[in-house]
Design a protein around this ligand. Structure first.
Ligand code: G3I
Length: 351
């Protein structure tokens, strides 16, 4: 009897030790029960040069977006000369690790090659160039790239269409055309409009809503709206407004995603700031999980070692879920906690 009790105590102690030293659950292991995918933008040069970065991506995420590798200037640096080296490497990496790929981006007014912007092309020529560019990319990855950012950042702060290289050269219907051409090339792909600064309430978010409502009304094949979510501690939208915005987009028959989240902090990042950052991440993920049509949550990078922020906003950084050495930050714990609770709630509802 006494022996039995001691044995039970030993087993209990061993179990406790095993539990406390068990590695924390990864984001990608928690995401399916919560009903979403978790993604990251990938710097393909770093993927090839930094094995720890590659391991982190494969371990934590089940969705990837090429940060730059599929952009116009990278893919078609000279007219009709395509370079898919980096894009192919990313798709192969994703397939090897069971990750979905989001293609980024077919029509955008940045990272365009000089031959295109300086070429003096007529409207008809520009339409032919864009159509061929979209056809070539989308066909190449048909069945391997599950969703595409067809168009990005077409709306201004005032909610009106921005005057861009494409709107100027083709006219405002370049957006509808781009979606139709992408759909022709891969009718199964999920097609998305992706923008920043229109996540919550305001003129820009209303403008994005009007744009996509108009596209739906014209039967343009658009499936989703991406809310980028590049924010800082003091300008993040209210989580309630994000949820309400997602719901009105859902009412148009559109899915939503958080596509490029990062929360920049003044460097060096201190404890309080890291804790506030964790709350912002948690709140935005909760907003997404509150809307069944919100399908994925992606950050614009994986660790602070590879992020666009310090270069574009000198003195700012530490914007992602993992520190430069790959260790999870408070923001990561917060995201894990929200995913875990959402998974448990869902299971309870299903049981
Ligand atoms: O391609 C050259 C390379 O040949 C050279 O060695 C290197 C030297 O710095 O520069 C390379 O190009 C840079 C490229 O990133 C790759 O590193 C460009 O100059 C630089 O402008 C470019 O920045 C990217 C930016 O988009 C361009 O607008 C950022 O990495 C990328 O994170 C950022 O991503 C955008 C999304 O696509 C759309 N939403 C906003 C988001 C953040 O701005």
């Amino acid at each position: 009897m006494r022996l039995g009790r001691s044995l039970a105590l030993i087993v209990f102690a061993l179990t406790l030790a095993a539990t406390s030293s068990a590695p924390a659950a990864t984001l990608r292991s928690l995401a399916p029960a919560a009903g979403i995918r978790v993604g990251a933008a990938v710097d393909v040069e770093a993927l090839e040069a930094d094995p720890a970065y590659a391991r982190l991506l494969a371990r934590e995420f089940n969705l990837v977006t090429p940060e730059n590798a599929m952009k116009f200037a990278v893919v078609q640096p000279e007219r009709d000369r395509y370079d898919f080296t980096q894009a192919d490497a990313l798709v192969a990496f994703a397939e090897a690790h069971g990750m979905q790929v989001n293609g980024h981006v077919l029509v955008w007014d940045r990272q365009l090659p000089d031959w295109l912007t300086q070429g003096g092309f007529s409207r008809d020529e520009l339409m032919a160039i864009l159509r061929e560019h979209i056809r070539t990319l989308v066909t190449r990855y048909r069945g391997r790239v599950a969703s595409w950012d067809v168009a990005a950042e077409a709306v201004g702060e005032d909610g009106k269409l921005r005057d861009t290289f494409w709107s100027h050269g083709i006219g405002p219907d370049y957006l509808a055309l781009a979606f139709r051409w992408a759909h022709e090339a891969d009718p199964q792909a999920r097609l998305r409009y992706n923008d920043y600064g229109g996540e919550g309430a305001g003129a820009k978010s209303d403008g994005i809503y009007r744009l996509v409502a108009d596209l739906r009304q014209q039967d343009v094949p658009i499936d989703a709206v991406g809310l980028q979510m590049h924010v800082g501690l003091d300008d993040a939208p209210r989580a309630d407004d994000v949820r309400i915005n997602m719901k009105r987009l859902a009412a148009l028959g559109l899915q939503t995603d958080i596509t490029e989240m990062d929360v920049m902090l003044p460097l060096p990042a201190r404890g309080t700031a890291l804790r506030r950052q964790a709350r912002v991440y948690g709140a935005m993920l909760q907003a997404c999980l509150a809307v069944p049509q919100c399908r994925s949550f992606s950050t614009w990078g994986a660790s602070d070692a590879h992020s666009w922020i310090p270069e574009y906003f000198p003195g700012q950084g530490a914007a992602l879920l993992f520190a430069a050495d790959g260790r999870p930050k408070p923001a990561c714990e917060s995201v894990r906690g929200v995913l875990r609770r959402a998974g448990a709630d869902k299971r309870r509802r299903v049981e």
